[in-house]
Design a protein around this ligand. Sequence first.
Ligand SMILES: [Mg+2]
Length: 127
Amino acid sequence: MMAKILIVDDNLLNLELTADILGLAGYKTVTASSGKEGIEKAEQTNPDLILMDLRMPGMSGLEAMLKLQRGVTTCDIPVAVLTASVMKGDKEKLLNSGFYAYLQKPIDASRFPDQVAALLSNKSAAV
Ligand SMILES: [Mg+2]
């Protein structure tokens, strides 16, 4: 059975693009357009992996990830940050703050399903 991926992004084009790419690769996808909705969907659908945008109005991706880590039903779900943030040291900071992995936007459609597969199969590695 293919893994279920929850994608959280306030940019609906990004959200749909990411969901389409993973859906075509055979994954089940669930989408949310805010941190708050992402937490609700994580609780409701128990995904195998969460892909989290960082910059969102209201609750940021970082805040949402930290809430998920404190949630009884969501603390074991790996949360990868998916961001265009490219400042020097950002990747290390994000990984140190608790994100399971770091994925760079814009995503490369031809590589993205493999990157996600690698995250699912190696629960300790960043890609
Ligand atoms: Mg955003």
